[in-house]
Design a protein around this ligand. Structure first.
Ligand code: TMP
Length: 208
């Protein structure tokens, strides 16, 4: 495989983060260079932004400010991490990317979609994912997994159930609109079954 950007997306508790680890291990067996990273928080600056974005109560950041902070994180991350890795021929597995902003700030917060598309384009300088895996799970199931994990819920996880349902609607809509780029994965299956699906998708979609 040549350098590629593969993105993992979905609502809270969809299981994407543990699937990234399993996918990394599987890809290593092909002696491919693999970079695992995330948004927000994939750079040193991004780690500061992640803390600001996810700590505190839900009212401490205005919606438009939140949008700009995610865009700032993405801009730095694309320049410093993603583009150089792809140029070096690595497979980049990225936990969230531009579709998160459409789902969370667009559908969840109700911010202007044109503005979001413009900011996504600026922050990525046009770099789109080669493939996005959308981990589809009911909002209630995902949030219950998060609560069961024992960690305190972060600023976004603490949002209302209605907010999380709007985010989920966003992913459904994105999947319909970009059915070539975004592939749905049934995230209610066992960890092993989900990983098998991912391996089948990557094998068929990314042979270059
Ligand atoms: P996660 O790393 O656990 O997925 O947490 C990141 C949180 O940030 C998650 O609640 C989704 C949210 N988020 C946005 O609201 N907009 C974005 O553009 C990104 C990348 C994440």
């Amino acid at each position: 495989m040549k350098g590629k950007l593969i993105v993992f997306e979905g609502v809270e508790g969809c299981g994407k983060t543990s699937q990234i680890q399993l996918t990394q291990e599987w890809l290593k067996s092909f002696k491919t260079s693999v970079v695992v990273t995330r948004q927000p928080g994939g750079t040193e600056l991004g780690l500061h932004l992640r803390k600001l974005l996810l700590a505190g109560d839900s009212n401490s950041i205005a919606n438009r400010t939140e949008l700009l902070l995610y865009a700032a994180d993405r801009s730095q991350h694309v320049e410093q991490v993603i583009k150089p890795a792809i140029q070096n021929g690595a497979i980049v597995l990225c936990d969230r990317y531009t579709d998160s902003t459409i789902a969370y700030q667009g559908w969840g917060r109700g911010l202007d979609m044109n503005l979001i598309h413009q900011l996504n384009a600026i922050a990525t300088s046009g770099l789109e994912s080669d493939l996005t895996l959308w981990f589809d799970v009911d909002v209630e199931v995902g949030l219950a997994r998060k609560r069961g994990g024992g960690d305190r819920l972060d600023r976004i996880e603490q949002e209302t159930i209605a907010f999380h349902h709007r985010v989920q609607q966003g992913y459904v809509q994105l999947h319909t609109s970009y059915s070539q780029r975004i592939v749905r994965v049934d995230a209610t299956l066992s960890k092993e079954a989900v990983q098998q699906k991912i391996q089948a998708i990557l094998t068929s979609k990314l042979q270059a």
